[in-house]
Design a protein around this ligand. Sequence first.
Ligand code: SF4
Length: 420
Amino acid sequence: MGLKEKAKDILLNRPDPKKISRGALVTMLQTFLQPARCFGTRSEKRFSLAAYRHGSKFFKGGRSVFTSLFTPVEIIYAFELLPFPLEPLGALAASFGISTQLLQETEKRWLSSDFCSFHRAFLGACTLGLLPRPLFLMATSHACDGTMKSFSHVAHLVSKPLFFIDVPYGDQREAVEYAAVQVQESVSEIESITGRKLREDLLAKSFGYSNKMTALLSKMQDARKASPPVVYGSETLNLLMVWAMFAGSRVGVRILESYNNEIEARLKRGFQGVAAGKRVLWLHLRPYFSGSIMSMLEEEFRAVIVAEEVNTPVEEYLDVSNPWESIARKLLSRIWSGSIENRLKNIGRIIESHGIDGVVHFSHWGCRQSNGAVRMIRDTVAGYGIPFIELDGDCVDPRNYSEGQYRTRIEAFFEIMERR
Ligand code: SF4
């Protein structure tokens, strides 16, 4: 039995969290991160290893906190605890080939199959008892309202408190104050659960790392404006997970430094590794059980993804002299917060700054938050005179995947880009 099969066996037949901590987890992470064509070097290895170590500590329990994708995990690090984002578990399970079983677990319990499968996958994992019990859960209402429902359910399953930050619409003074108060209240609750006061020096350290990560991501995205590109987008789309897991930690800084160093080295020596014909902007996520769409687009058709909207840096820096408000501002500055205009403006900015030839939106089934805006995105992109394509499917559930259909659509999209 190979390592991958062994890991599957452990996960599916013996759902004991302690047994998952070694082989299964590292295999899942490596498969998820895909030994990349270019970044199969130091950066990806560093990321894989860091995620594995983090996961191992998490499975040992004691200091674990379940978080959502945009939880301000800097606070968790300042308490010297370990954040573990639940949504990416769906992606991990998909890349490992076990997402169907997790989803079926929720289907058996009559959970609607039109609810986002990222949420359903971790609900399945929690129902099966695959995850260790956390100290508490901390989540935010963005990017989607599914978080409130699924995290409440998990909190009930593990009998632990959930601290939920309702991120309001808009960025006016009242909105910042409303979010800041909730952040502050969550911190007080964490203090009473852990029996520890939040230390200002640890918060300053965590904010420092987070700000450094923001600067590094901006630098990296600037470098990706280069022509020809120096990295495939299918390799960098996963960077979203670095934030969810490591924002506010030294590990996060090191991972992004590593990516930046490799990009810089390639720019200096005239890297020939990524052969680009057309430059693509990728919107939202991708299927994680198969890399075929990405490799079709980037390798076969040489239409390289030079930017992903999920990796847009939030240029809002955290300030330890005004911590709750600065966290609130950061939450409100994400492109998923507030009016759709924020997202549209960001798309327009990237099209102009990165010399984009075409835009792909992957519409993940069940994601009303992202898919509801497709018509407006299509119109915005049309305003720039470049083609737009909507690919739809499920990022986690492989059961309805049809590679042939994607091929036909990507071919047509590529031909339109070529004709321009
Ligand atoms: S894909 Fe959409 S619905 Fe699912 S977790 Fe992300 S934002 Fe929420």
